[in-house]
Design a protein around this ligand. Structure first.
Ligand code: HEC
Length: 171
């Protein structure tokens, strides 16, 4: 029994020595710096599997545009009024046509359709084709639409899947 306590005590001492080292390592780990590496900035460009690598400046611009134009309903990648249709990659991939790539997201922002692709929702969802109703969409050019798409697709990688889109599937 006594020897059990001695060895427990030794383990505790070892842990106390190891703890600052572990904490130190995790603080200085390259994980934080790596959040804007090429892998993170590279996302599917089209349904055909081509990839596109954005610049950090593009994603920052996309983030601003997203917050200004989409954030009221899609803050942190969720959809406030329809939790089933979030902006997480899994849900985007299940839409018809799949929206987990830049081309499809840009097409959606120009003429959005229902999740099953059956009908246009331009009358109720902001888009450049309904900018008479959603006037803020009037000022967005193609480059800016791509930057917004780039932000939507990199955000789950930068923020982590649990911080973007709620991290769960509702249906
Ligand atoms: C007024 C609230 C509102 C605003 C503002 C808004 N959306 Fe949406 N968005 C919705 C709703 C509601 C849906 C679900 C529509 C449906 O399928 O019926 C949706 C769906 C989407 C989808 C489809 C998601 C999927 O999984 O298929 C994308 C992509 C999207 N929005 C992008 C945007 C972008 C980009 C902007 C900004 C330019 C934006 N939205 C602004 C409410 C909004």
């Amino acid at each position: 029994m006594a020897s059990l306590f001695v060895s427990l005590g030794r383990s505790l001492v070892k842990l106390l020595i190891a703890l600052p080292v572990i904490i130190g390592l995790s603080i200085s780990s390259p994980a934080m710096a790596a959040q804007w590496d090429a892998e993170t900035l590279t996302v599917p460009a089209s349904p055909g599997g081509q990839q596109v690598t954005f610049s950090e400046a593009d994603i920052k611009a996309g983030s601003k545009l997203f917050k200004g134009n989409c954030g009221t309903c899609h803050n942190a990648g969720i959809t406030k009024t329809n939790q089933n249709v979030g902006l997480d990659p899994e849900t985007l991939a299940l839409a018809t046509p799949a929206r987990d790539n830049v081309d499809a997201l840009v097409a959606f922002m120009k003429d959005p359709s229902s999740f099953d692709g059956e009908y246009s929702i331009a009358d109720t969802h902001p888009s450049t084709s309904s900018s008479d109703i959603f006037v803020q969409m009037r000022n967005l050019n193609d480059d800016e639409l791509s930057q917004i798409a780039g932000y939507i697709l990199t955000a789950p990688k930068v923020m982590g899947p649990n911080q973007w889109g709620g991290g769960k599937i509702y249906f």
